[in-house]
Write a protein that binds this ligand. Structure first.
Ligand SMILES: NC(=O)c1ccc[n+]([C@@H]2O[C@H](COP(=O)([O-])OP(=O)(O)OC[C@H]3O[C@@H](n4cnc5c(N)ncnc54)[C@H](OP(=O)(O)O)[C@@H]3O)[C@@H](O)[C@H]2O)c1
Length: 259
């Protein structure tokens, strides 16, 4: 895969799960990693230390709450002080727990001004603000790539997932719009839509065991997806091997959606 050594990726929410696997994937390829945490500062700093020591790259963790969109500007100003360039941006972080009450649940229980609004902010709002800040920096270095995480829950029905699924559909559409307007700066924008991946976010599902069992049954590969399955696809879309891929959603689901 093409050489990205010395470039910089910014990843939101890389303390665990998919974001963490993405951070390791880029670091293994010699890419410097600026990533964010929300509540797990100590874990984040340990990851930064491990990445730098293992892969001889620069890695640093920054605090960010994706429900506070005003935090993106100061975040990138901090990153500017530590890293000389931004080449890739991965919009990955997702909220769970109390902020999604009224957004994670049955259709008749959805509360548009509460949890549903928060999921919009955390999904579409965070993608827009993060990508805007990243794109101005990518333009300075002649281009780059942006990837947003999406989920196949916008294509198939998942219990209680209406709030997330519809916002994932929205962020995919937003990424296609962004791709059309950022292409002139040499920036490609894509989405990776994952099937169920075994992470803490999935464990927060009230029917986690059922989803896990059903995923394994549906997958042509007879197993759950792993964070590394997603990280490989994200890295590919940021590499020069994907140089004419933009405005695309890559589905990484072990075949679960078709069954
Ligand atoms: N798991 C799946 O089945 C699946 C499938 C398809 C797509 N996805 C998507 O993949 C992405 C990552 O999911 P995951 O399963 O890896 O999640 P995860 O393991 O629960 O990790 C979530 C990350 O988001 C951060 N975070 C939580 N609340 C935040 C907030 N308010 N502001 C900023 N950051 C916050 C967490 O940071 P702290 O630890 O510091 O709090 C953590 O790093 C999400 O966009 C998700 O929708 C997941």
């Amino acid at each position: 895969m093409a050489d990205n050594k010395g470039k910089t990726v910014v990843i939101t929410g890389a303390t665990k799960g998919i974001g963490k696997a993405i951070a390791y994937k880029f670091a293994q390829n010699g890419v410097n990693v600026a990533f964010t945490y929300n509540s797990n500062e100590e874990v984040a700093n340990d990851i930064a230390k491990d990445l730098s020591e293992k892969y001889s790259i620069k890695a640093k963790a920054y605090k960010l709450n994706i429900l506070e969109l005003d935090e993106f500007k100061p975040l990138f100003l901090e990153i500017d002080k530590d890293f000389s360039r931004v080449d890739f941006f991965v919009s990955n972080a997702m909220i769970y727990g109390r902020p999604v009450v009224g957004g994670y649940g049955k259709f008749m229980k959805l509360r548009p001004t509460k949890g549903l609004q928060n999921i919009y902010t955390a999904t579409v709002g965070a993608f827009v603000r993060g990508s805007q800040e990243a794109a101005t920096r990518m333009k300075e270095v002649g281009g780059g790539a942006i990837v947003t995480l999406s989920s196949t829950g916008n294509l198939v029905y998942i219990d209680n997932y209406a709030g997330h699924g519809t916002n994932k559909a929205a962020v995919e559409a937003m990424s296609r719009y962004a791709s059309m307007e950022l292409g002139e700066w040499g920036i490609r924008v894509n989405a990776v839509s994952g099937g169920p991946i075994d992470t803490d976010a999935l464990k927060a599902f009230t029917n986690y065991e059922e989803v896990k069992e059903e995923t394994i049954k549906r997958s042509a590969l007879n197993r759950m997806g792993t964070p590394e399955d997603i990280a490989g696809a994200v890295y590919f879309l940021c590499s020069d091997d994907a140089s004419w891929i933009t405005g695309h959603t890559l589905i990484v689901d072990g075949g679960t959606t078709f069954r």
